[in-house]
Design a binder for this molecule. Structure first.
Ligand code: DC
Length: 226
């Protein structure tokens, strides 16, 4: 890490590690753009499912990722969302977080062509600076020159508990065991794929959120930014 305050902050980690919540707070307090790259992979998956596309047709899914019109706008509702995600005029902010997208997003995000199309856009935005970019491969692939690289982790059980609470708090039904099983499977797929697998960059600061609560992690990162 350099002595000047960081302008490009990469924040990676597995599902429900708390990176989006912390990243959002951090971006707000620094006056930086918050960019959750998972939205892009989810949006492509959502469109493919909506159009009954064959998710195993790599060429078609790659073309979709190259051409998808994903609109990310200021939030219009105060229901916990960081932004509105609009596709074809439809607000898909929560649809994109459905169990069906969760179960299929790892297949879509393993395709090299999909990753290339989306990470080029992410890199273009990230290189402008004053950004907290959240994902799986930001410190390793998208922005390897980031001034500060963070990797947030937690046990699968703790992360499944958080996801369960998030769904129940939205007033929807949830099954903890099912969430845990799917989370372990998604971790496995995300960390074993050939292209840009989930892993901390060699120079990343690793934060274990099993032993630190959100406030402690946030304060610790803010300290590092000063
Ligand atoms: O952070 P999330 O759960 O919303 O991400 C959804 C999926 O997108 C995740 O299972 C893996 C993929 N993803 C990725 O491969 N690379 C990123 N930079 C961000 C997300």
């Amino acid at each position: 890490m350099k002595n000047t305050p960081p302008s490009i902050i990469a924040l990676d980690g597995p599902a429900a590690s708390g990176k989006s919540t912390v990243g959002r707070r951090l971006a707000d307090s620094l006056g930086f753009l918050f960019f959750d790259t998972g939205i892009m992979y989810r949006a492509v998956t959502w469109i493919a499912l909506e159009h009954d596309m064959n998710l195993h047709d790599e060429t078609a899914i790659t073309e979709l990722a190259q051409n998808a019109q994903i609109d990310i706008r200021q939030p219009t509702q105060n229901d916990g969302r960081a932004c509105d995600v609009v596709i074809g005029g439809k607000d898909v902010t929560w649809d994109m977080r459905s169990g069906n997208v969760d179960a299929n997003v790892s297949v879509v995000s393993a395709y090299a062509g999909v990753r290339k199309a989306l990470s080029e856009q992410q890199r273009r935005i990230g290189m402008r600076g004053r950004v907290v970019m959240v994902g799986r491969d930001i410190g390793t692939v998208v922005l390897p020159e980031a001034d500060l690289k963070l990797y947030m982790d937690a046990s699968a059980e703790e992360r499944a508990r958080r996801r369960y609470k998030e769904i129940v708090d939205r007033g929807e039904a949830a099954d903890y065991d099912e969430i845990l099983k799917k989370m372990i499977e998604r971790d496995r797929l995300d960390s074993t794929r050939a292209v840009a697998p989930l892993r901390p960059a060699d120079d990343a600061v690793i934060l274990d959120t099993d032993t630190m609560n959100e406030e402690q992690v946030y304060t610790h990162i803010l300290e590092m930014c000063k």
